[in-house]
Design a protein around this ligand. Structure first.
Ligand SMILES: Nc1ncnc2c1ncn2[C@@H]1O[C@H](COP(=O)(O)OP(=O)(O)O)[C@@H](O)[C@H]1O
Ligand SMILES: [Mg+2]
Length: 242
């Protein structure tokens, strides 16, 4: 299946250090959450980040997303340095570069599946490209549900719609924060398989926070957030799946 656009999403020129973090620090009040995070993620990688609740995983994703900025250190994403940007430039960085998926899907309940897919594009000030939206809905196996409201879907179906919504933005970086956290094991496996396929097909760089060692197995590499640092992890050898 080919992408209906001249640019494949996620295709990157600076593939070696697509994400480069050095000595990243972030505190909330007196409490240092990130205490010198170093990591390099290549373009096209699928990386899982594990770590205890409250260890700073979402904080790190928010820095990558340009939703927040670090107090110390350097962060480069796709050749850009979001910490140097004004609020307006940061908003532009978010629009151009990143899409996110969440544990609770964040679909708008009064809009149909297709409208949920096209709304973020309209909000970017672009025309809704229905052909492109339907292409991504078909890719996630949800084209037949285009006119339904989210409440009529299962959790796994809702997450597949939210993946299509993210892909339809044609981001260079896809961030997933506990994408299987609200799903049973069968739906989790389907969503993880889909994310893995998309990563392999499109070379879209994917950073996924998860509690689940089973989910982390879908990724090519797992990092662990611990004591405000990010380190390599052998995540799959011990512990229960959730
Ligand atoms: N906006 C914020 N204001 C104050 N404290 C925050 C904020 N965001 C996160 N924290 C705190 O920072 C720590 C790390 O949070 P978070 O990154 O959400 O952890 P995780 O995603 O690993 O569970 C927690 O102690 C949390 O309470
Ligand atoms: Mg979190």
């Amino acid at each position: 299946m080919s992408v209906p656009s001249s640019e494949a999403p996620g295709a990157s020129t600076e593939s070696k250090g697509f994400i480069q973090a050095a000595a990243l620090g972030k505190s909330y009040g007196d409490y240092p959450v990130l205490r010198g995070v170093d990591c390099t993620i290549a373009g096209g990688e699928f990386v899982a980040i594990m770590g205890d609740s409250g260890s700073g995983k979402t904080t790190f994703l928010n820095l990558l997303a340009g939703l927040d900025t670090a107090d110390d250190g350097i962060l480069r994403v796709a050749g850009e340095e979001p910490a140097r940007y004004s609020a307006a430039q940061l908003a532009e960085y978010r629009r151009r570069t990143v899409a996110m998926i969440f544990q609770d899907f964040n679909l708008l309940p009064t809009l149909s599946v297709l409208e949920n897919i096209t709304l973020p594009v309209l909000m970017r000030g672009e025309k809704a490209d229905l052909k492109r939206a339907r292409y991504y809905l078909e890719r996630v196996g949800m084209l037949g549900h285009s006119d339904q409201l989210p409440e009529t879907l299962s959790g796994g179906e809702m997450q597949r719609v939210s993946i299509a919504r993210a892909l339809n933005l044609q981001p260079r970086l896809l961030l997933a924060d506990e994408p299987t956290g609200s799903l049973d094991s069968r739906n989790s496996d389907e969503v993880l398989e889909l994310l893995g396929e998309i990563n392999r097909e499109t070379q879209l760089t994917l950073v996924m926070v998860t509690h689940s060692a089973r989910a982390a197995e879908a990724a090519g590499r797992t990092l662990r957030m611990n004591d405000g640092h990010l380190s390599f992890s052998q995540a799959t050898s011990t512990g229960s799946p959730e």
